[in-house]
Design a protein around this ligand. Structure first.
Ligand code: SF4
Ligand code: SF4
Length: 141
């Protein structure tokens, strides 16, 4: 466990560091529906334009020039409807449960170590939400 009592975290205004990290942005079916609604697209059109559909996953297409199609210089262009993994970062099981990965994340995420103390139970609940949202990636199936 990363911290016995909890962790301090507050996302920092103007920062997009996590959106610039290498890695896929996975979506749940509900995430796709929410983002499509936000962009006033049908789910089919949203998927055709922005999503790669695998056997057990949906992920955003990665443009050649950046990590995510919705990453703009001023931030996330679908912020109110961003995917679950974006909303829950950095409270991902693989980070919260591994001190060295948490500390490596804190190197690029200036929100870690700042802001209010998030009780460990609350942090773990967010990690559980990740597991529920992406069961295939956490061997929860
Ligand atoms: S890297 Fe951390 S502070 Fe920056 S946008 Fe992501 S969560 Fe917020
Ligand atoms: S969807 Fe938004 S929050 Fe998620 S990686 Fe893309 S720009 Fe960042």
């Amino acid at each position: 466990m990363t911290q016995a009592l909890g962790v301090r975290f507050r996302c920092q205004r103007g920062c997009t560091a996590c959106c610039n990290q290498k890695g896929w942005v996975y979506l749940t079916e509900e995430d796709a529906q929410k983002a499509a609604r936000f962009l006033r697209l049908t789910v089919e059109d949203f998927k055709a334009k922005y999503v790669v559909q695998g056997k057990n996953f949906l992920r955003l297409r990665k443009p050649v020039d950046r990590q995510c199609p919705f990453l703009e210089p001023q931030g996330c262009s679908i912020h109110p409807a961003k995917p679950t993994q974006c909303r829950l970062f950095p409270f991902w099981p693989e980070l919260l449960e591994d001190r060295s990965r948490w500390e490596a994340t804190a190197i690029f995420c200036p929100g870690i170590g700042r802001g209010p103390l998030i009780q460990i139970g609350t942090a773990l609940e967010m990690a559980q939400e990740m597991k529920r949202a992406y069961p295939e990636q956490y061997d929860e199936v």
